[in-house]
Design a protein around this ligand. Structure first.
Ligand SMILES: Cc1cc2nc3c(=O)[nH]c(=O)nc-3n(C[C@H](O)[C@H](O)[C@H](O)COP(=O)(O)OP(=O)(O)OC[C@H]3O[C@@H](n4cnc5c(N)ncnc54)[C@H](O)[C@@H]3O)c2cc1C
Length: 416
């Protein structure tokens, strides 16, 4: 059984190792100069490769009811067993799983060594530009397998395989979006697809004051509102010169992407004091005024939230930082206090896929069986982000890559 794996990313490598373990002769065709480049950037270089709290509710898809049946066949425990079997020591933090050394390169290294051990042929700098299913011969006998057209630096060549595993990923993180051609390759077999869109990505805001707050990182609540719907997350918020970023923002960004696509008006409210409720904060603020009324506005807020945020809020409320606190009316002081709990911003865009960790969209899940074989094309399997599934931050996307890679690799090698 000769299997060609198109794409040497997370799901492609998992598929190749598994297929080789089941006795197949496996070749990976990877367009980059090395395999698994994206893995090195995951989890801020630490690679959050899975999560103990795996559930199909951590994922989005146009066909969400199909996810559970696939995940249940290869979940977190299986992933741990897979990596421990490759020699990787792991550690857990708040449910997230990482290599014990917290170096993403360790995950890539154990995968690369396993490819070598299982004698998987790795052809880098090899971009697949076309896949054709072999058709009937002149005598009418059914021919099985695929012919793959590969573009390399020196020109083009053809390779022949019995089975194909399409593991091309999405356009997330690609500097040049034209690099993404997995959707086109899948489209060649008539598979139905949803165009990719950025799903874990930073949000762009309209207000010019973001330039004055750039670089601030703080715990915050973020609520995104669109067309009567609201979504909330809390965590480390990052303020940038163009808008907002950080885990809570990434988690909400998919909803923003979809709402913007439907041309809905989008806004967000930032809560810079998520540890206090409104009333607790009001009482605290009034007590603070009594105690520190002699201070300037600049001094009065020290230690509440980052001073860049205070600077912007004072400016919006037309209060001079040199104003003495007791000379500011209670109403005005409470208005500043309220803004620290409910800071309104207008979202006018999301960053492009190049800056996204993950894309929504892809080949519809209804196009594949539970073992990831294309329903319309026997012998063709699809894995990872190329499928219309995107997960929350927290290791769920790599888990999807391992799950689909291992299942496709096994099914491709086992079935004739
Ligand atoms: C900055 C960043 C941080 C992330 N952090 C995390 C994290 O901590 N945890 C988590 O779970 N997920 C994380 N992700 C998401 C995760 O990396 C992806 O979901 C996962 O890598 C998808 O695996 P894949 O195999 O589907 O695609 P990829 O890993 O993207 O692999 C696809 C491969 O196919 C190759 N390819 C494409 N087309 C062709 C072609 N025509 N011919 C030959 N080769 C081709 C590409 O060059 C690429 O190597 C992160 C992503 C980014 C960008």
């Amino acid at each position: 059984m000769k299997i060609g794996v198109i794409g040497g990313g997370a799901s492609g490598m998992a598929a190749a190792i598994t297929a080789a373990r089941y006795g197949a002769d496996v070749t990976i065709l990877e367009q980059n100069e090395r395999v698994g480049k994206k893995i090195l950037a995951t989890g801020n270089g630490k690679c959050n490769f899975s999560n103990l709290h795996l559930s199909d509710t951590c994922y989005h898809s146009g066909d969400p009811d199909r996810i559970g049946a696939i995940l249940r066949q290869f979940g977190t425990e299986d992933t741990l067993e897979f990596f421990h079997g490759l020699g990787l020591m792991t550690r857990e933090r708040n449910g997230g799983l990482y290599p014990a050394c917290e170096q993403a390169s360790a995950v890539l290294d154990v995968l690369r060594f396993a490819l070598e051990r299982h004698q998987v042929t790795v052809m880098t700098g090899s971009r697949v530009i076309q896949i054709r299913a072999k058709t009937k011969t002149g005598t009418g006998r059914e021919k099985r397998g695929f012919v793959v057209q590969v573009q390399k630096e020196g020109g083009q060549s053809l390779c022949s395989f019995d089975k194909i595993i399409l593991a091309c990923g999405s356009s997330a993180g690609l500097k040049n979006p034209d690099e993404e051609n997995g959707m086109k390759l899948a489209g060649g077999f008539g598979l139905r697809r949803i165009p990719f869109f950025p799903a874990l990505v930073q949000l762009r805001c309209q207000e010019s004051f973001f330039r004055a707050m750039a670089g601030v990182r703080c715990q915050a609540g973020v609520t995104v509102k669109a067309g009567g719907q609201t979504w909330e997350e809390t965590g480390e918020l990052q303020l940038t010169d163009y808008g907002i970023s950080g885990i809570p923002v990434l988690q909400l960004s998919r909803h923003a992407s979809v709402a913007l696509h439907h041309q809905k008006t989008l806004s967000a409210v930032l809560d810079f004091l998520p540890q206090l409720n409104e009333e607790e904060w009001r009482v605290m603020l009034l007590a603070r005024r009594k105690k520190l009324g002699f201070e300037t506005m600049e001094q009065f807020w020290i230690g509440t939230v980052h001073k860049k945020i205070i600077g912007v809020i004072l400016k919006i409320n037309c209060i001079s930082p040199h104003e003495i606190a007791r000379n500011v009316t209670i109403e005005k002081l409470l208005s500043v206090g309220k803004m620290l709990k409910q800071f309104p911003v207008t979202i006018n865009g999301v960053n492009p896929s190049a800056q996204a960790q993950v894309c929504g969209g892809g080949v519809r899940l209804t196009e594949v069986t539970d073992s990831l074989e294309a329903r319309r094309q026997k012998g063709l399997y699809l894995t990872g982000e190329l499928l219309d599934v995107d997960g929350r931050c927290g290791g769920y996307n790599l888990q999807w890559a391992w799950t689909t890679g291992v299942l496709a690799g096994k099914a491709a090698a086992e079935t004739i």
